[in-house]
Design a protein around this ligand. Structure first.
Ligand code: FPP
Length: 249
């Protein structure tokens, strides 16, 4: 089946988020070390970014490094940081050519200086681009993000900048690292794991979830189109009943 052909361009998800999982298992299957899996995961990253830009998706968020990932062996953490710098550096031209804007969410201050520098440079250079916004979640976890939001809200209340009675969803959203980004309509997780793993817990309230057994380095544009096809077959009800949704259309 040609999944791309069956995509309804008028009903694209505005924001797709991806938990890229299975690099380590992919490497093990090939008899390589874990880093070999991450290196091959980069090809899937560039394919999915390209596919999103081509289709006209507005936001793509990739879970590239979680808060918990800092606890992995140092050699793996260092290799991932190195891979981040080299990929961001290598892809700058492609981002510019394709009108892609780069953003990052997470505890960016925790990243090594050289990663932060390369990241900030690319964010600045691409800041005026108006096509796809590519969001890298780096040193990110939802509990960190929510905790951080609560801390900053408490500070603003203490300093009389914020009235506690006026804290609603709109106000709360402003304190999240995703304040400028709409909630995802579709979340994809690869490698046959059925978990959210501390990713965008607040933002995923009404997101459609799509799981595939494919390991991340094997994930292709076709797999991405297939996930979008699946999403487009679903009826999103937001707590309403089917008839109400049909009357709105
Ligand atoms: C999960 O697989 C993957 C990661 C923790 C890192 C993802 C990073 C990349 C694909 C490369 C760099 C990314 C960018 C955006 C340039 P895992 O190691 O948890 O796999 P396993 O569950 O099989 O062990």
């Amino acid at each position: 089946m040609n999944y791309k052909e069956h995509i309804d361009i008028k009903k694209l998800p505005r924001h797709v988020a991806i938990i890229m999982d299975g690099n380590g298992r992919w490497a093990k299957k090939k008899g390589g070390i874990r880093i070999f899996g991450h290196q091959n995961g980069v090809k899937a990253v560039t394919d999915v970014v390209e596919a999103s830009a081509e289709l006209g998706i507005k936001y793509l968020t990739l879970y590239a490094f979680s808060t918990e990932n800092w606890n992995r062996p140092k050699v793996e953490v260092d290799a991932l940081m190195g891979l981040l710098i080299s990929t961001i550096h290598k892809e700058l031209n492609t981002l510019t050519k394709n009108n892609i804007r780069l953003l990052a969410i997470g505890n960016i201050l925790q990243l090594p200086n050289n990663v932060r520098k390369e990241l900030q440079k690319t964010i600045d250079i691409t800041s005026k681009n108006t096509g796809l916004t590519l969001v890298l979640a780096l040193s990110y976890s939802s509990r960190w993000e929510i905790n951080n939001a609560v801390k900053n809200i408490a500070k603003d209340v203490k300093n009389n900048i914020l009235n506690p009675d006026e804290i609603d969803e709109i106000t709360f959203n402003k304190y999240l690292t995703t304040s400028e980004i709409p909630d995802p309509e579709l979340l994809i997780r690869t490698s046959g794991e059925y978990r959210i793993s501390n990713f965008l817990l607040y933002q995923l309230a009404y997101t459609e979830l799509y799981f595939t057994d494919t390991l991340w380095p094997d994930f292709t544009k076709e797999d991405f189109y297939k996930a979008i096809n699946d999403y487009q077959k679903r009826e999103r009800r937001f707590g309403l009943i089917s008839e109400q949704i049909k009357n709105q259309q």
